[in-house]
Design a protein around this ligand. Structure first.
Ligand code: FUC
Length: 779
């Protein structure tokens, strides 16, 4: 047989063997996971399962999005306000170090705060693993498996494992239901009665597992709330159905003997907003078992695809899609231009991860989305408000998953009551504020260290994220709902801004440019400052948005006038330093770490739209210099952020360079703050450790390369790298103003496009460099 024929035969045979490498939207491997970061994330927005495909032992990490230790607390220091005048005075006297010291003594939260990022046992708490479900198999032979493969098909949100031992093919199929709200694992053997395994359920602490009277395995427990130990309660329950063989429910296990086909059902819940979670868990499980597996899977795929199939993307041929994903990643780094499918897969994976890690009426994705293997997750897997949680939402609107922005709106709304207390306690200010970290318990206080904890643009940044959902949807009811939240945030800043005597500008004081430090003229390092650029930019956007909203809603004319007055006194969106960069601080300080991962002072370029190459051409060189000095490396989220900045500068090749950097494969899990970000074999982003913001940030980056609509017109392919421009097609992108956009291109030029909307509307579009006004077609 010649090579060509052999290849053709393989093409036909491999899918039958289970190697489905021809599915462009699939991650696949020819070995079991050797670390958790190689397991495959499944999630239905609430429940998560991570199969690793072990042959004799498979440990499946289970998650539930609401499972947090800690509890509600009031960590406001109500005496803090009395120290504010002194702190401000010290800053005016350039005694930043002394101000920082005073803040550390009197102006941080009370108690342990985040526990230095290790808050599992303090009231702040941590997002925690629900449990480990361990399957132990007995094949009654010493033979080794052959034809091993495992995969995750992101088009159906179903994972699989299969291999053959002694001529028996074993298959496992896993999904977390978008139909019934449970987890499903179907195991089969190709010959009768070959499945022998046990199922166990545990977690590192605070659990009890027993056999239920209804032939089940039940794990229950209560997490630490950091005070009396009686925190959140949870329950996880497993049942099985088998066609033949036996199932024993003893010794706190389920034991399956001589079966040919088994389905495992997993249900879980917590008492977070559900007092009846125990009965809910039982009911969900029983209901899930009433539907035949095939029908359950059909319902799952249909519901998932209602969101996933809204957008398709193609950049042309991929020579590498038959390689296992881990090998494909390494090959991509060496010869990226030959694999145009991997960027598409990575973009769609971002969409997959969004659909899987958040759900309407529940919580937004946390630092790890939904997936966590520990009790003490890195940084408590919390909601960081100084870039990370916002980045988790940046891809959504253009990626046609708009409604997945709503859980962040709910979280933000829930912060307001405590945020009002914080505004009063620390600033005697109106409105509400959230600083830099939050959790499911409504934490809004400053963090426990002045160096990062008093960043106070968290609430403003959240509000601006909420606003972008309005821009994309034009949803007036939503606008009316978010208006009080935005208004309260604006009232806070309005009542606490102070005048900088040197410039006359209104600025925040004290504050921090997220996590970054600078050198004072005497050589001392400090984080604490007045009016960092990011605060000015966020406040400018917020005030503008509140003014627009109040006019649309016909409310609060007086407030609008006052905000407008203050707007005129804010620093401009970008000030250029003597060395030609955008200033990060009000003063021309030298950074302590010039390559710091945060690039907060470019907020106005992205996600903000204060600075565009069109409206501020005079700032473009300074932005470029800022980015050059920061460098192209960093944690994965930082690289993704830089990709977005270059996309906004319409430099597709540079954005692509950063994208390639994100796809560096790593196995490293140690906490990193510097260069070295990448992805794990499962394509989850590695700071390291695993942090999902890099996935979502890079997906947003690809979105910005394909379409931009923040500058008053829709621009098609504004920042494409040469290598993707040869040929491609995207259908179902969204633009501001509730437009749906389809684009086809060839040899660097858009050859066909459609702009659709529910009502045909006049819209400006930039196509192949030419700006024109057209009327959209009816969707
Ligand atoms: C901020 C970042 C870190 C990390 C942490 C969760 O502190 O500076 O890189 O992403 O959040």
């Amino acid at each position: 047989m010649n090579i060509k024929k052999f290849k053709a035969l393989l093409f036909i045979l491999l899918p039958l063997l289970g190697y489905s490498q021809n599915n462009p939207l699939e991650l696949w491997y020819n070995k079991p996971a050797s670390q958790w970061e190689e397991t495959l994330p499944l999630g239905n927005g609430r429940l998560g399962i991570m199969p690793g495909g072990g042959v004799t032992t498979e440990k499946l990490v289970l998650n539930e999005i609401t499972l947090w230790s800690g509890g509600p607390q009031d960590a406001n220091n109500y005496k803090a306000y009395s120290f504010l005048p002194k702190i401000r005075q010290l800053l005016l006297e350039n005694k930043n170090k002394e101000a920082q010291k005073l803040i550390d003594q009197h102006f941080i939260c009370t108690g342990a705060g985040s526990g230095s990022g290790n808050g599992a046992d303090v009231p702040f708490g941590a997002y925690q693993v629900l449990g480990d479900m361990t399957l132990k198999f007995d094949y009654k032979t010493q033979s080794k498996p052959v034809n091993y493969s495992r995969n995750l098909d992101i088009q159906t949100a179903v994972a699989g494992t299969q291999f053959t031992i002694d001529g028996v093919t074993y298959k496992r199929e896993y999904f977390t239901g978008f139909g019934d709200d449970a987890g499903f694992i179907k195991l089969t053997s190709s010959k009768k009665g070959k499945l022998n395994f046990t199922i166990q359920l545990d977690r590192p602490e605070r659990f009890k597992t027993v056999n239920g009277s209804d032939n089940s395995l039940v794990m229950t427990g209560q997490l630490n709330n950091g005070t009396d130990g009686k925190g959140m309660k949870y329950k996880a329950k497993v049942k099985t159905q088998q066609v033949d063989g036996n199932a024993l429910y003893t010794n706190n296990k389920i034991e399956i003997k001589n079966a040919t086909e088994v389905v495992i059902f997993i249900s879980a819940g917590t008492d977070y907003k559900d007092k009846n979670f125990e009965t809910t868990t039982d009911k969900v499980l029983d209901a899930a078992m009433q539907t035949k597996y095939q029908d359950q899977k059909k319902k799952h795929v249909e519901n998932y695809q209602k969101l996933f199939n809204r957008l398709t993307l193609n950049f042309g041929k991929s020579a590498k899609k038959t390689l296992p994903t881990n090998e494909r990643l390494d090959t991509f780094i060496k010869e990226p231009d030959t694999d145009k499918g991997l960027p598409v897969l990575f973009y769609q994976y971002g969409r997959y991860l969004s659909i899987s890690s958040t759900r309407l009426g529940l919580l937004p994705p946390n630092l790890q989305g939904l997936w966590a293997k520990e009790v003490q997750t890195p940084w408590n897997a919390d909601y960081h408000l100084d870039v990370n949680v916002q980045m988790n939402h940046w891809a959504l609107e253009t990626a046609n998953l708009s409604e997945l922005n709503l859980p962040l709106k709910d979280l933000t709304k829930d912060l307001v009551p405590n945020g009002e207390k914080t505004a009063k306690a620390y600033y005697n200010a109106d409105g509400w504020v959230a600083h830099v970290i939050t959790n499911v318990w409504g934490f809004t206080e400053p963090g426990e260290s002045a160096s990062w904890g008093i960043t106070k643009s968290g609430s403003g940044w959240l509000c601006n994220n909420l606003w972008s959902h309005y821009l994309y949807t034009n949803d007036q009811a939503y606008l009316a709902e978010i208006y009080p939240i935005l208004k309260g945030a604006a009232q806070f800043y309005k009542s606490m801004l102070v005048k900088d005597p040197e410039t006359g500008w209104l600025v925040t004081s004290p504050s921090v440019s997220p996590e970054n430090s600078f050198l004072l003229p005497n050589g001392d390092a400090s984080h604490v400052c007045m009016g960092p650029t990011i605060d000015n930019q966020i406040i400018r956007e917020l005030f503008n948005n509140v003014i627009i909203a109040s006019k649309k809603l016909g409310l609060d004319n007086d407030l609008s006038i006052e905000l407008d007055k203050q707007l005129k006194l804010l620093p401009p969106p970008g000030v250029v330093s003597p060395d030609g960069r955008i200033m990060e601080w009000l003063k021309d300080y030298k950074e302590e770490d010039p390559q710091h991962r945060h690039i907060s002072h470019l907020y106005g370029l992205y996600p903000g739209s204060l600075i565009t190459p069109e409206n501020k051409p005079e700032l473009v060189d300074a932005i470029k210099k800022t980015l050059e000095v920061r460098g192209d490396d960093g944690t994965s989220w930082s690289i993704a952020y830089k990709m977005l900045f270059w996309a906004r500068l319409k430099d597709g090749n540079r954005a692509y360079k950063l994208f390639k950097t994100i796809l560096r494969q790593t196995h490293d899990t140690n906490i990193n703050y510097g260069p070295g970000g990448g992805v794990y074999a499962n394509l989850l982003s590695a700071g390291p450790p695993f942090q999902i913001d890099g996935n979502f940030g890079a997906a947003a980056g690809i979105g910005e390369m394909l379409i931009q609509s923040h500058a008053g017109f829709i621009e098609l392919l504004p920042a494409m790298p040469d290598v993707w421009l040869n040929q491609g097609e995207v259908k179902g992108l969204k633009a501001e103003g509730n437009f749906t956009v389809n684009i086809k291109w060839e040899k660097g030029k858009v050859t066909k496009y459609e702009i659709l909307s529910p009502i045909p509307t006049k819209v400006k579009v930039k196509v192949n460099g030419e700006l024109k006004e057209i009327t959209s077609s009816k969707l």
